[in-house]
Design a protein around this ligand. Structure first.
Ligand SMILES: NC(=O)c1ccc[n+]([C@@H]2O[C@H](COP(=O)([O-])OP(=O)(O)OC[C@H]3O[C@@H](n4cnc5c(N)ncnc54)[C@H](O)[C@@H]3O)[C@@H](O)[C@H]2O)c1
Length: 232
C-alpha cells in the first residue's frame, strides 16, 4: 500500500494505536487529527490539531491530505466522547455534544474527503458494542447505533469505489474507559468471556486489516472486537 491515511482522535488511546500501527506498516503517509494541543506522535505522522466539530475542521484536514501529495487510501473516523447519563437525567447539551462528535463529525469529514479517495479506498468508522444498548449510556448508545446505520448507508453510497466498515470495540483500556467508576468497570470485566479488557492495539490490528486489500470483499459490515461480551 502506498498513499495517505487519515486517523481522527489520534492523540491517545485507540486512535493513537491505529495511527502508529499504520505508520509502522509500509510506505504510508499518516495524518493524525486531534483537538488536543499536544500530539506526541511518531515523527513520521503528520499532526493536524483541529476541533472536528468546528466549521473549518473538515476543510483543514482536506488541505493536509492535498498537501501530502499521495492518493487518499483510508479514513478512520475514531474520535469520540462520552457524557454518560440515563435517559431521564440526560441534558439537552450532553445529548447534542455526543451526537455531534461521534456521529456528525464523522459524517461531515467523510463527505469532505470521499471525493479525494482513490479506487479501492477504505473507510473505517469506530462504533462501539454499546450500539446494542448500554444502561446509563443513552446518548452514547444512540450515537454509536447511528454510526452503524451510517456505515451501512455509506457503504452503499460509495460502492464499488470505496469500502466502508465499522469496528465496534468492547471494553478497551484507555482514558475513556478509565473514567468509568472502578466497581462498574470490574462488573463489566466479569461479563467478558475472555476475562479481561481489550487493548488499543487489538482494535488497531482489526482496523489495519479492514484498511488493507486483505479485506477487499468486505463492505458495510460491523466487526465487534469485544472478547465475546455480546455472547450472553
Ligand atoms: N475505550 C473503550 O472502551 C471504547 C469502547 C468502545 C468504543 N470506543 C470508541 O473508540 C474511539 C476512541 O476511544 P478511546 O477509548 O481511545 O477514547 P479517548 O477518550 O482515549 O480518545 C479520544 C480522542 O478523541 C479526541 N477528540 C475528542 N473530541 C474531539 C474533537 N471534537 N475533535 C478532535 N478530536 C477529538 C480526544 O482528544 C482524544 O484524543 C471512540 O470513538 C470511542 O467511542 C472506545
Amino acid at each position: 500500500m502506498n498513499g495517505t491515511i487519515v486517523v481522527t482522535g489520534a492523540a491517545r488511546g485507540i486512535g493513537r494505536a491505529i495511527a502508529e500501527k499504520m505508520a509502522s506498516t509500509g510506505p504510508l503517509t499518516v495524518i493524525g487529527v486531534d483537538i488536543a494541543p499536544e500530539l506526541a506522535l511518531s515523527e513520521s505522522i503528520i499532526p493536524v490539531q483541529v476541533d472536528l466539530t468546528s466549521i473549518e475542521g473538515p476543510g483543514l484536514i482536506r488541505k493536509a491530505v492535498e498537501a501530502s501529495g499521495s492518493p487518499l487510501l483510508g479514513l478512520v473516523n475514531n474520535a469520540g466522547i462520552t457524557r454518560d447519563a440515563r435517559l431521564i437525567n440526560l441534558t439537552e447539551e450532553d445529548f447534542a455534544a455526543v451526537l455531534e462528535i461521534n456521529l456528525g463529525a464523522a459524517y461531515r469529514l467523510t463527505t469532505e474527503l470521499a471525493p479525494l479517495m482513490s479506487d479501492g479506498g477504505s473507510i473505517v468508522n469506530i462504533a462501539s458494542r454499546a450500539y446494542l444498548g448500554n444502561f446509563g449510556q443513552f446518548n452514547y448508545s444512540m450515537s454509536k447505533g447511528g454510526v452503524v446505520g451510517m456505515t451501512r448507508a455509506m457503504a452503499l453510497s460509495l460502492a464499488p469505489h470505496v469500502r466502508v466498515n465499522a469496528v465496534a470495540p468492547g471494553l478497551i483500556s484507555s482514558e475513556m474507559s478509565m473514567a468509568i467508576p472502578e466497581d462498574i468497570r470490574e462488573k463489566m470485566v466479569d461479563s467478558i468471556p475472555l476475562d479481561r479488557m481489550g487493548t488499543p492495539d487489538e482494535i488497531a490490528n482489526t482496523v489495519w486489516w479492514l484498511l488493507t486489500p486483505l479485506s477487499s470483499y468486505i463492505t458495510g459490515e460491523v466487526i465487534v472486537v469485544g472478547g465475546g461480551r455480546s455472547l450472553s
